[in-house]
Design a protein around this ligand. Sequence first.
Ligand code: SAH
Ligand code: SF4
Length: 345
Amino acid sequence: MNPLPTLLDLTRDELVAAAAEHGVSKSAAERLFREVHREGGTGFGKVRGLEGRYVIDPLEVVTRRTSADGSTDKLLYRLGDGELIETVLMRYEADAHRRRRRTVCVSTQAGCAMGCTFCATGQQGFRRHLEAGEIVAQVVAMARIARAEEAQVTNVVFMGMGEPFANYDRTMKAIAILNDGRGLQIGSRHITVSTVGLVPEILRFAREPLATHLAVSLHAADDATRAAILPVNRRYPLADLLAACRQYSALTGRKVFYEYVLLAGTNDSPDQARRLGELLAGTDGHVNLIPVNPTAEGPWRRPPEAGSDAFQAVLRDHGVPSTVRVEKGIDIAAGCGQLRARALP
Ligand code: SAH
Ligand code: SF4
């Protein structure tokens, strides 16, 4: 039996149209949209006619873990058809406006077909695409947790399980719904989509009307090293990928964030730092260096702290800005796909 679709899959206009078909007024439909998105409501309230056609919350909590320092929660959810996905909530200090900020990391697919060797999701293979509503639901659920802490979800990163650009249309629809001023109203500049490097979709993304940020998973500065860890590099080698990124910056005026997972002995040598510096010098980019979060099956290790500092210094010499991002929630396996990997038999 197919589970019911989620109401969160509808844009506000679609909800108004669907409601009209069942005799529900525009104002009642808009109120319902606000209640379920902004206020995290899980019922239909006074709206009659849509019950039995939609579920509101398609996520069933399987496990919830909080890191020892309390900064990070990681949720494992079961979807209507039994598939498992992960969502991460990250807590930050209050900003200048005293807002207690929260970032949500969402999944866009159950599993992933890209097969990156150091990624727990990649090791599990592809299951299916998520619907836009299943992506939105992850943020709505985290906003509910944040609200209970008198905090607010301010940022959303598409860096959980799956490749967002392999599920392009649903990802874009989810972004539009999350951005809706009568819903969660996540500012487009507070949304970052991370791709393993699908060139046609990077070019398409550059022409989207909403000004969201782009992160590209680079992880190596030469084709041989990159192809050995990211099979997608055979389809879209570095020259094509960097050309697309330059075009993205030219069209949007926005910089690209490059993710570079540091794998000891594979891509962390001073020579590789130099090649990365040469590759990115003069482009409008920022590098996030991420010491690998070792997965259960993989042979990967993190370089010593001094190693990432030295790597960063070489980038600086080439005028390429970078940040070493020590991952939050390392003790709760907050790395991509790791919790699901543990939950599987
Ligand atoms: N599929 C997209 C987005 C999800 S992965 C992409 O690959 O960009 C988000 C980020 O987490 C990517 O940069 C990915 O390379 C990184 N990542 C995956 N496994 C990791 C691990 N074990 N340790 C650290 N980062 C990891
Ligand atoms: Fe997929 Fe991203 Fe993991 Fe690669 S790193 S397998 S693209 S989720």
